[in-house]
Design a binder for this molecule. Structure first.
Ligand SMILES: Cc1cc2nc3c(=O)[nH]c(=O)nc-3n(C[C@H](O)[C@H](O)[C@H](O)COP(=O)(O)OP(=O)(O)OC[C@H]3O[C@@H](n4cnc5c(N)ncnc54)[C@H](O)[C@@H]3O)c2cc1C
Ligand code: FES
Length: 388
């Protein structure tokens, strides 16, 4: 009876045919529910709980923290990427990115190599207070400072300064471990011989592999241990010309303090290297922002302004510190990752007031139009009102 009634409906036969075909040949996606999300989480987790598996002393001011994840597989990463650690100090929630220095081939751990910054909040904590077994929160590996074989070719020059060696160490280890077809020259600048991180491993690798050359560059005189030929002074155009030889078709990568970027980029451009052949990793907020082009002369770095987050009591902020730092100190949780004005995770809307933004900040046109700023790369120039 029911069947007879149903057959009266227009299109009933077609629908039945489709149901039959789906039963015979189709896939029941209900059975897959949650599986895609699980794979996405495996590759790109929003949060990772890592444990310190080991601590390796590198120099008097530098340690490598070996991070493991006892409860889950570690997401894969590309050599050159970083981990954005998330930390809490009392009411202050903050974060810092650290490049992974181990090879992506070691799938059981990530190494991060941390150098002490004088009075640095997080580097001081990681060097003085964390112990084997402690937990650290992080986002999954991120960043675009990676080798692209199609666009970058195989002839690579790495220019590193201080702890800026970390992403290169990952790239060098991967290339040599996996026998990749790449020719690498590393120019590695440091103040003194004792500051050189990974020196013993770099000399060992350079002695063993023909496709890897290592040139340490020291500002001060001093003996390297183990002994290795080194250059004195800075990574100048003369040194680049001599060490690199034919500069055409080489890809130059830079990682280190802002001063190294400014200096070495000028030297490379003077040698005729086009900007498209120079890649640089972000390395956090610049020191002495008031020396950047366009900073208003009338404002000193220690000038203090009031920042009001819509609906809350004002908090103090110095002109010489990023708006993100001031907001975190005021107890606001602002998501962040690169802390260098690139990833746009720390966007806030500037309702009123003026900020200084260094020329390197990567703001989308729509953000400019609608008043959004990257709080990690914005410095208060007057009292501000923002929406977080
Ligand atoms: C993509 C990326 C990767 C990074 N990878 C590494 C890494 O592998 N190893 C590593 O040691 N660091 C790395 N850094 C830097 C790191 O994220 C922190 O900025 C650094 O550890 C300082 O943090 P802090 O909390 O100790 O200092 P803060 O408390 O933030 O700063 C204290 C004072 O030091 C100044 N300052 C901040 N950073 C530096 C700096 N790098 N050099 C000199 N002065 C500074 C500040 O202006 C401030 O006056 C990376 C940064 C980025 C953006
Ligand atoms: S944290 Fe990446 S742009 Fe600010």
């Amino acid at each position: 009876m029911k069947q007879e009634i149903l057959q009266q409906f227009d299109g009933y036969q077609d629908v039945m045919k489709e149901i039959e075909a789906a039963r015979k040949f189709g896939t029941d996606y209900a059975g897959f529910k949650g599986r895609v999300a699980a794979w996405i989480d495996r590759y790109h987790p929003a949060r990772l709980t890592l444990r310190i598996g080991d601590i390796l002393e590198e120099t008097a001011s530098t340690r490598t923290l070996r991070l493991v994840a006892p409860d889950r597989p570690l997401p894969p990463f590309q050599a050159g990427q970083y981990l954005a650690l998330a930390l809490r100090f009392g009411q202050v929630r903050t974060g810092r990115p650290y490049s992974i220095s181990s090879s992506p081939r070691n799938t059981g751990y990530y190494d991060i190599t941390v150098r002490r910054v004088p009075d640095g909040l997080v580097s001081g904590h990681l060097l003085d207070h964390v112990r084997v077994g402690d937990a650290l929160e992080s986002a999954g590996p991120a960043g675009t400072f990676v080798h692209n074989p199609v666009f970058h070719g195989n002839a690579l020059v790495y220019i590193a300064g201080g702890s800026g060696i970390a992403p290169f160490m990952s790239m060098i280890r991967e290339t040599l471990d996996c026998g990749l077809d790449r020719d690498i020259l590393l120019l590695y600048g440091n103040r003194a011989a004792d500051d050189v991180i990974f020196h013993a491993e770099l000399t060992r690798l350079a002695s063993r592999f023909e496709n890897f050359r290592y040139v340490p560059v020291l500002e001060e005189r001093g003996a390297l241990n183990p002994p290795w030929p080194c250059q004195k002074g800075y990574i100048t155009r003369d040194l680049l010309r001599e060490a690199v030889g034919d500069l055409t078709c080489r890809m130059f990568y830079m990682c280190g303090p802002a001063a190294l970027y400014d200096f070495c980029r000028r030297e490379l451009e003077a040698l005729g290297v086009p900007p498209r052949r120079i890649r640089q990793e972000a390395y956090g907020p610049p020191n002495h922002i008031s020396q950047y082009p366009g900073w208003p002369e009338a404002v000193t770095e220690d000038a203090t302004f009031r920042v009001t987050v819509k609906g809350s009591a004002p908090i103090p902020a110095h002109a010489g510190e990023t708006l993100l730092t001031a907001l975190e100190r005021g107890g606001f949780a602002v998501p962040s990752q690169c802390r260098s004005g690139e990833c746009s995770l720390c966007r806030v809307r500037l309702v009123s007031g003026a900020v200084y933004q260094p020329p390197t900040v990567l703001l989308r046109a729509a953000d400019r139009r609608f008043g959004y700023i990257h709080s990690c790369a914005a410095y208060p120039l007057e009292d501000l009102c923002v929406e977080v």
